[in-house]
Design a protein around this ligand. Structure first.
Ligand code: TXA
Ligand code: MG
Length: 345
C-alpha cells in the first residue's frame, strides 16, 4: 500500500490535508494522527470492518480492545451508558485530555472495536489535529497507539513512518506529542474505580474526585484473566534486552561495572537520569532528563528507547526511579519495556 504522508504545521492552514484524511476515515481507511499523548492509528469506530485493518497493520492481537476518540464530550451518551454518577464529573475535569474512561458500551459500538467486551474506553483528545480530524470525519475514531504491536509508542512523526509506512493509508505528521505517554485508563464500571493503565492523570488526581480509586497492580490477573486485556502482552519493548536495576546509584554503578559488555557480543548502554550520568563514566549513557522533572522523563522515554534501537546496542541497563504520581506511570512503562526484568540491589 502507498501511504500518503501529509505534513501539518498549522491545523487551520493545512485543513485540506485534515479533510482528505477525514474522507479516508469515512471510507473505511486507516489514518495515523498526532494526539497530545502519543500518535494514534485511527479508523471509523462505527464501521464493523475497519477495526480488523488496524489489528492487521499493527500486528496486534485481536483480543486487545481499541480506545474510541470523540471531539465533542456532549455526544458521549450516543455511545455509552453513563451508569456511574461520577462519569460526568471526570469528563468535566479531565476532558479534553489524557484520560480514557471505560464505560458500558451501547450496541452502536461494534464488538470488533472492543474485542467482544461489553465495555468501551472513551477519550476526548485535546490535540487540535486530532479534534479536527474527528470533527471532519463526523464519526468517532477508534485508535490504538500508532506503533507496531509490542514496540514503544510513537511520539514523533518519524517514529510512525518507521513503523507504519506502507501499512496505512495516511500519516498526518503534526510534530512531537506534548505528553509522550499514553492516556490514563480508568475503569468506572468497577466499584471501586480501577486505574488499568497509569498515565499523566495520576491516582492522586483521580482520588480527588473519588477517594476510593485504586491502582491495578501491573500484572494483576483475576483467575488468569487480565483486568485490561492489554496487560498480558509485552509492551513498549525496545529491540535490545532491558534490565531494570533498583537501588542506590552507587550500588547500581558497581553492579554495572561488574557485568558491562563482559559477555561476548554484548553492546551495552545505561539508561538513567541526568543527575546520575556521572556514576557511569566511560560507558554509553542515555539520559531521560532531570530526575525531578517527571514530565520531561515521561515525554522522553519512548523517543530515547527508539533512539537506542537505531544503534547496535543489544543490552540496556536502566536505573529504577522511585516516586509516586507520574513516576508510577513512568515505571509502569519501563517495567513493561524490560519485560518485568527488575533486579533489586
Ligand atoms: O493515549 C492513548 O490512550 C493513545 C492515544 C492514541 O489516544 N491510545 C492508546 O491505545 O494508547 P492502545 O490501544 O495502545 O491502548 C489502549 C489500552 C490497552 O491497554 C487496552 O487493553 C485498554 O486500553 N482498553 C481499551 N478498551 C478497554 C476496555 N473496554 N476495557 C479494559 N481495557 C481497555
Ligand atoms: Mg499501545
Amino acid at each position: 500500500m502507498k501511504t500518503k504522508i501529509l505534513e501539518i504545521t498549522d491545523p487551520q492552514k493545512d485543513m485540506s490535508a485534515i479533510r482528505y484524511a477525514a474522507e479516508v476515515i469515512k471510507n473505511g481507511g486507516l489514518v495515523a494522527f498526532p494526539t497530545e499523548t502519543v500518535y494514534g492509528l485511527g479508523c471509523n469506530a462505527l464501521d464493523i470492518h475497519a477495526a480488523s485493518k488496524i489489528y492487521e497493520a499493527k500486528g496486534r492481537p485481536s483480543d486487545n480492545p481499541l480506545i474510541v476518540h470523540l471531539s465533542d464530550p456532549s455526544r458521549v451518551e450516543e455511545y455509552v451508558y453513563l451508569e456511574d454518577p461520577l462519569a460526568k464529573v471526570y469528563m468535566d475535569h479531565f476532558w479534553p485530555g489524557p484520560l480514557t474512561l471505560v464505560m458500558k458500551k451501547k450496541p452502536i459500538i461494534p464488538d470488533s472495536v472492543t474485542a467482544g467486551l461489553s465495555t468501551v474506553g472513551i477519550r476526548c483528545p485535546s490535540h487540535a489535529v486530532a479534534r479536527l480530524l474527528i470533527q471532519k470525519a463526523g464519526v468517532p475514531i477508534a485508535a490504538p497507539s500508532a506503533n507496531l504491536s509490542g514496540r514503544p509508542s510513537t511520539t514523533e512523526a518519524s517514529h510512525v513512518i518507521d513503523d507504519l509506512n506502507g501499512k496505512v493509508d495516511v500519516i498526518l505528521c503534526g510534530g512531537n506529542s506534548v505528553y509522550g505517554l499514553e492516556s490514563t485508563v480508568l475503569d468506572i464500571t468497577r466499584k471501586p474505580a480501577v486505574i488499568l493503565r497509569p498515565g499523566f492523570i495520576t491516582l492522586e488526581d483521580l482520588s480527588f474526585i473519588n477517594p476510593d480509586t485504586i491502582q491495578a497492580s501491573d500484572t494483576s490477573m483475576k483467575d488468569g484473566i487480565p483486568k485490561a486485556p492489554g496487560m498480558k502482552y509485552r509492551h513498549y519493548a525496545p529491540r535490545a534486552k532491558m534490565l531494570l536495576l533498583r537501588g542506590e546509584p552507587v550500588k547500581v554503578s558497581e553492579y554495572v561495572d561488574g557485568i558491562y559488555e563482559k559477555k561476548e557480543g554484548e553492546k551495552a548502554c545505561v539508561l538513567t537520569v541526568e543527575e546520575w550520568t556521572h556514576y557511569f563514566k566511560g560507558k554509553r549513557v542515555f539520559d531521560l532528563g532531570p530526575m525531578t522533572d517527571a514530565s520531561r522523563i515521561a515525554g522522553n522515554l519512548f523517543s530515547v528507547l527508539r533512539k537506542i534501537d537505531k544503534t547496535d546496542i543489544n543490552v540496556i541497563y536502566a536505573t529504577y526511579l522511585e516516586g509516586k504520581g507520574l513516576y508510577t506511570s513512568i515505571m509502569n512503562r519501563m517495567k513493561k519495556a524490560a519485560g518485568e526484568n527488575v533486579m533489586n540491589l
